[in-house]
Design a protein around this ligand. Structure first.
Ligand SMILES: NC(=O)c1ccc[n+]([C@@H]2O[C@H](COP(=O)([O-])OP(=O)(O)OC[C@H]3O[C@@H](n4cnc5c(N)ncnc54)[C@H](O)[C@@H]3O)[C@@H](O)[C@H]2O)c1
Length: 276
């Protein structure tokens, strides 16, 4: 899907809390571009040890760029997180790199089609759920035994304010599922010292996607449906604008860090006032 275009991520982040993630081992999924890349970038500068996961080979280039910017290690692996096998492979890879796993940031997802619900086919609905619910569900399941064994840890999921948006009901259903994972798993896993939280980003500016989410809006009608999403996103935001990638990475990193040690079960809307 085409989105309003913004700046990419390069150089030192605007805000850096030195050593915030020093000695911590962190997985970031969907790290080849967009919000996942921005999160990986900030954590690398804040000295965390990273394993970056993505379906795209571009993730290896990102790891190469981030290696050496901080005091941590940066490794990468390709996996398809729409499958449990892909999630388990990612965890198995991370265990070869890390002594302990501390933090998992489940960022894979994104609307594939923009249209009124009655226009979606059964196949499209299935694909939206596979893209935006299963990667988080499988990663939480594959991760949890490691965190429990290690005596605790943190899972940060990336949801969306689109749970209250137009022209993407299947995606909203998937992200509503992500929110359900947060509240239920946070409750269940708290006694293992595991925190489970999420941010719900609003519309976010990024450079044109190297890895496309889908076919994009092809005809005039599809363009119009997509434009309705953009217009609704801006009008629902008190600030009447899209976020930058850094504005999305910052709250994800905060929730992942020990500064957020008394926050669990929460989904933080990051939509310039849009609560989703
Ligand atoms: N960009 C926004 O405006 C926005 C708004 C609200 C919520 N979000 C959410 O934020 C997250 C990141 O969004 P983005 O726009 O940066 O995403 P993006 O589409 O730009 O990038 C997603 C990354 O995930 C990878 N990926 C996709 N499917 C995968 C799979 N099955 N296995 C492994 N990797 C896979 C892609 O290769 C890509 O690198 C998503 O969960 C999205 O739903 C984004």
């Amino acid at each position: 899907m085409n989105a309003p275009v913004g700046q990419g991520i390069s150089g030192r982040p605007t805000h850096v809390t030195a050593e915030r993630f020093f000695g911590q081992s962190i997985i970031v999924t969907g790290a080849a571009q967009g919000i996942g890349l921005a999160v990986a970038h900030r954590i690398a500068y804040e000295d965390g040890n990273l394993v970056l996961v993505d379906r795209s080979e571009l993730v290896h280039d990102v790891a190469e760029q981030l290696r050496g910017v901080g005091k941590g290690t940066v490794d990468s692996v390709t996996a398809d997180l729409e499958t449990y096998e892909g999630a388990q492979q990612s965890i198995d890879f991370a265990r070869t790199k890390f002594k302990n796993l501390d933090i998992v940031i489940n960022n894979v997802g994104g609307t594939i089609w923009a249209k009124p619900f009655e226009e979606y086919t059964e196949e499209e609905i299935t694909k939206e759920i596979q893209r935006s619910l299963f990667p988080t569900l499988w990663m939480c399941r594959a991760t949890l035994p490691c965190l429990i064994k290690n005596g605790g840890g943190t899972i940060v999921n990336v949801s969306s304010i689109a749970t209250g948006g137009v022209n993407r009901v299947p995606y909203a259903a998937a992200k509503g599922g992500v929110n359900g994972i947060v509240s239920a798993l946070a409750h269940e896993a708290a006694h293992h010292n595991v925190r489970v939280v999420a941010t719900a980003p609003g519309g976010t500016l990024a450079p044109e996607r190297k890895v496309k989410r889908g076919p994009g809006p092809e005809g005039e009608k599809q363009q119009q449906w997509y434009q309705e999403i953009v217009d609704q996103t801006i009008s629902s935001s008190h600030m009447r604008r899209y976020a930058t990638l850094e504005e999305q990475a910052a709250p994800i990193c905060f929730l992942a860090s020990e500064e957020a040690s008394y926050i669990t079960g929460s989904v933080l809307p990051v939509g310039g006032g849009d609560q989703g």
